[in-house]
Design a protein around this ligand. Structure first.
Ligand SMILES: Cc1cc2nc3c(=O)[nH]c(=O)nc-3n(C[C@H](O)[C@H](O)[C@H](O)COP(=O)(O)OP(=O)(O)OC[C@H]3O[C@@H](n4cnc5c(N)ncnc54)[C@H](O)[C@@H]3O)c2cc1C
Length: 267
């Protein structure tokens, strides 16, 4: 029997499993999937629905039992830390080693966190995983206890940032979108369309701040505001960073895979 190891149990890692299960002749292979997150793959595209019911199971692509029933070993909460191509093994952060005949990298992306001074402060979040949302919900409850009119800023006025702004509003925080460009959704919209969008969003309660470059995040231990320039400060109790994503290509790089623009080629 040949071993297939899949690194990453996001939507793509799951899709591989689904396609594999549907293939005839798959009994000649043993598939083992590693996921860094503590749960089976879920529908990240609909992540915001978690705010409605906080039901992580409802977002699952398939329950853990589905993998077992289909002969797939799913190992969650364990990051693959190294690939040893010469001996065809991987090791994990738990120092466990597994051999493979075929290796599938489905490691996806992570949220980009710009290197702004103070970005490590309490109350600063990214918008990528269920754990991020759980953290935000808990933090929102905490700030609401001490501040009757708490504010959340969102760094990034792209599609995801606007979704995060709506989430902030739903959590009972006054939402402020902070965008570096001079218009919302600068990659997708022309100026006129962006203005129409801005008016619409303002009418439902989103506060929009354009052409803002953040110099630093203020506060001692926890965030209290964002500083854009001298005397240009936005007070806020929480910050959600939505400044794009970066490929999780660290494994490919460290094991010497030739990197392409968007695809990897295994030499
Ligand atoms: C709120 C939100 C809304 C979105 N809306 C849309 C949309 O409307 N349309 C759209 O097309 N896209 C949308 N996206 C993007 C979409 O979710 C991603 O394109 C998709 O999730 C990519 O799937 P993936 O499996 O390639 O990567 P990921 O979802 O990033 O999953 C990769 C998984 O691999 C794991 N992993 C990484 N490295 C390792 C390792 N070394 N060992 C073990 N595990 C590892 C990660 O922890 C992660 O669980 C949205 C994203 C978000 C966050």
């Amino acid at each position: 029997m040949k071993n297939i190891i899949v690194v990453g149990n996001g939507m793509v890692g799951y899709k591989f499993c689904e396609k594999f299960v549907a293939q005839s002749g798959n009994e000649a292979f043993k598939v083992t999937v590693f996921g860094e997150e503590p749960r089976p793959a879920y529908d990240r595209v609909h992540l915001s629905e978690f705010f409605e019911n906080q039901d992580a199971k409802a977002l699952e692509m398939a329950p853990a039992e589905w993998y077992a029933e289909n002969g797939i070993e799913l190992i969650t909460g364990e990051r693959v830390s190294d690939i040893h191509r010469s001996k065809k093994t991987i090791t994990t952060v738990k120092d466990r080693e597994f051999s493979y005949d075929y290796l599938v990298l489905a490691t996806g992306s992570s949220a980009f966190v710009p290197p702004i001074k103070g970005v490590e402060k309490e109350g600063v979040f990214v918008y990528r995983t269920i754990e991020d949302l759980e953290g935000m919900l808990a933090y929102a409850e905490k700030v609401k206890k001490t501040n009757p009119n708490p504010r959340a800023a969102v760094l990034g006025g792209g599609l995801l940032g606007l979704e995060a702004g709506k989430a902030a509003m739903d959590m009972g925080l006054e939402p402020h979108i902070v965008e570096f460009a001079s218009k919302l959704m600068p990659r997708q919209l022309d100026s006129r369309s962006s203005q129409v969008l801005q008016l619409k969003l303002e009418s439902i309660g989103l506060n929009i701040h354009l052409s803002k470059a953040t110099n630093q995040i203020l506060g001692d231990k926890a965030i209290t505001g964002m500083e854009f320039g001298e005397d240009d400060v936005l007070d806020c109790d929480m910050l959600i960073i939505s400044a794009g994503i970066r490929p999780r290509d660290e494994l490919g790089k460290t094991c010497g895979l030739e990197m392409g623009g968007t695809w990897w080629y295994c030499g």
